[in-house]
Write a protein that binds this ligand. Structure first.
Ligand code: PEP
Length: 257
């Protein structure tokens, strides 16, 4: 299976800067590599990028969607509006949960994505306090179960889960702690086995699982060597095209499937 490598640009790069970055990144990507590369830019960049990118090398996704297709929701953008431009939508990122998104809302956004033919990348992860109280797996499994509440066994095969422990995310300040594979293995296994419990073995095998949290060009190999994951979600380091290209390249080299 091709590895899935996702760039979360967060609130960085206006359309001109976005086009500049992909123009430098694309020549470094070999389309024959067994890697699916997805860029999640700010929503204002989506249309100009859609007209610019080489679609044999890059796909686009939104950093957020609304759970309804249209209506009186000032400042929001719906999956129905983005359909045709994006293949993926990030849902439930911890930076959005911190602004008040809860699991009920996240479950409705996952349903909206599916309804519009868009693949959800659902983010789950525990904070440092929860980890120190040995609650990581419980917190993450509870989030996962609630976030998938509206997903059927047929639909789960099209869902991507991103495990992003909050204590490992850099938030652009370089303060994220680099998790070791041993720090995250048990939680990743708990995620896969929860999906199997909920949807049967086929659901667990079909669902793609990513890791994210301060991943960079230097330490990506450690994660890519893990059997538990199918790819990476990269924040800060995806803003550097050379580093991000190295991560893509490493993903193909480490793919033993
Ligand atoms: C993220 O917030 O989704 C993320 C992966 O960020 P970073 O890589 O900067 O920790």
């Amino acid at each position: 299976m091709a590895r899935l490598i996702v760039a979360n640009w967060k609130m960085n790069l206006d359309p001109a800067a976005a086009i500049k970055l992909v123009t430098k990144l694309e020549p470094k990507i070999d389309p024959s590599e067994r890697v699916e590369v997805v860029i999640l830019p700010p929503s204002i960049d989506l249309y100009p990028l859609d007209e610019t990118i080489d679609k044999t090398k890059l796909k686009l996704g939104a950093q957020n969607i609304h759970y309804l297709d249209e209506g009186p929701f000032t400042g929001e953008v719906s999956a129905a509006m983005l359909k045709g431009v994006i293949d993926y939508a990030l849902i439930g990122h911890s930076e959005r949960r911190a602004m008040g998104e809860d699991d009920k809302l996240i479950a409705k956004k996952v349903a909206a994505a599916y309804r519009n033919g868009i693949t959800s990348i659902v983010c789950i992860g525990e904070n440092l306090d929860q980890r120190e109280h040995k609650l990581s797996s419980k917190v993450v499994v509870d989030q996962l179960t609630a976030d998938l509440a509206l997903v059927t066994a047929e639909e789960v095969k099209d869902i991507v889960i991103a495990y992003e422990p909050l204590w490992a995310i850099s938030h652009g300040d370089g303060k994220g702690r680099h998790a070791t594979p041993d720090d995250i293995r048990a939680v990743l296994r708990a995620i896969r086995s929860t999906v199997e419990d909920l949807y049967g073995e086929a659901g667990g095998v079909g669902m793609r699982l990513l890791y994210g949290g301060s991943v960079n060009a230097d330490d990506c190999m450690a994660y890519l060597g893990m059997d538990e994951i199918d790819g990476l979600l990269v924040g800060g380091d995806s803003l550097n095209y050379e580093d991000f290209a190295s991560i893509i390249d490493a993903s193909d080299r480490e793919n033993t499937d």
